[in-house]
Design a protein around this ligand. Structure first.
Ligand code: HEC
Length: 143
């Protein structure tokens, strides 16, 4: 086979594999020691200052992908190969443990545009900031 034919076949294979990859992607599940983590702040008992702090982080750092309401339709979402889920779909937040949300926020989700925001990352959020933004999401998105 001519090199050019081989190259274009490889190109097609690569294109197909990335598309299949996106279609089959599943958000990884946190390991057991993380899944059992419970937020130090109860979303339905959060005070105004906590919700305000969470809202500020969410609007500045998360909404461009996740959308203001958590629907996954932020202004930058169109360019992402793996899209953020609609977290405002009924049952979505209720079906996610604190530890799951925290683990993804801390470490990011490999092979997606969801980067880790935890201590030592570029964003360098403190534990407190991570729980505040999660509290805000729980308190305001559809349960
Ligand atoms: C550049 C786009 C982008 C930004 C900015 C972003 N995310 Fe994400 N996020 C994603 C994508 C894409 C996924 C889906 C990852 C997957 O399915 O593996 C995701 C997944 C998540 C999840 C996992 C949900 C689940 O079902 O387990 C959480 C929690 C999350 N993001 C929170 C945040 C928070 C909080 C911020 C802001 C501090 C943020 N994200 C900023 C793109 C982004």
């Amino acid at each position: 086979m001519k090199a050019r034919v081989v190259l274009s076949l490889l190109g097609v294979a690569l294109l197909l594999s990335t598309q299949v990859g996106a279609a089959e992607h599943k958000t990884p599940t946190a390991p057991a020691d993380f899944l059992s983590k419970v937020s130090p702040i109860k979303a339905d008992e959060a005070d105004e200052a906590t919700l305000k702090a969470g809202a500020k982080i969410y609007t500045k750092k998360c909404a461009k992908c996740h959308g203001e309401t958590g629907d996954g339709k932020g202004s930058a979402a169109g360019e992402l190969t793996i899209k953020p889920a609609n977290m405002s779909a009924p049952g979505y937040m209720a079906g996610r443990k604190d530890g799951q949300l925290y683990w993804i926020l801390l470490n990011g989700s490999p092979n997606t545009d969801m980067k880790g925001f935890g201590p030592g990352s570029e964003q360098n959020f403190s534990e407190d900031e991570m729980w505040k933004v999660i509290t805000y999401m729980r308190a305001t998105f559809t349960k």
